[in-house]
Design a protein around this ligand. Sequence first.
Ligand code: KIV
Length: 271
Amino acid sequence: MSVYTEIKRITTHVLSEMKLQGEKISMLTAYDYSMASIIDKAGIDIILVGDSASNVMAGYETTLPITLDQMIYHGSSVVRAVNRALVVVDMPFGTYQGNSKQALSSAIRIMKETSADAVKMEGGQEIIESVKRILSAGIPVMGHLGLTPQSIHKFGTYTVRAKEKQEADKLIEDAIALQDAGCFAIVLEKIPACLAEKVAKKLYIPVIGIGAGGGVDGQVLVIHDMLGINQEFSPRFLRRYHNLYSEMTGAVQAYINDVKGGDFPNEKEQY
Ligand code: KIV
């Protein structure tokens, strides 16, 4: 058993300690109280209130439509459930790009209204002014490079990023810039494993991967994907730990049959 299991509260300091000690960091998304409570009690290190809520909770095709108010609703629901994990809330599209003053006020709203521990932002040098301004207010920031879903309309596809040298070099520069600005960790999404490993070795802050191979300091998955609630989404990097889609369908069908057949409720299930 890891010594970190005993730790009562994960902080950004504990995460950098984990990197130093070679302890892998576990991270999952959650968007509501009940799911966050299960994940936290199971011992996860970081819970990300991802803007993937736009996809898995609200049914939008991209992460762009979700609003700051909606992220705050999800974030505060998650925080109420969590005792141990570090809770990070994604800053949604349009609340920080190109305007550091607006970025700071969005981050302050997230921290005040959710009581989360940190915010996450997509992008490198182009958002560095916003990152620095948020950090100067004492708000911890997690970076996010590689496949950045908020820029889907710029790239046009969700394919692997930074396969070419030029993009890989830029990603390394961006990662260093985020670290130098003061980010406490970085997510690398869907990039070649050898590049992700190189970045993790270069940086002293933890690098968490999704579709970025095993050479990084930790892993993150979307909870709906790893539990098999989503049927349609099956990228190569996804490991499904359950098939909740068929389990839930079976349970709902059994309930329908019981109601229609008059089997539910029985005598013990009534007053
Ligand atoms: O929104 C999200 O779920 C994310 C993870 C995929 C890292 O940003």
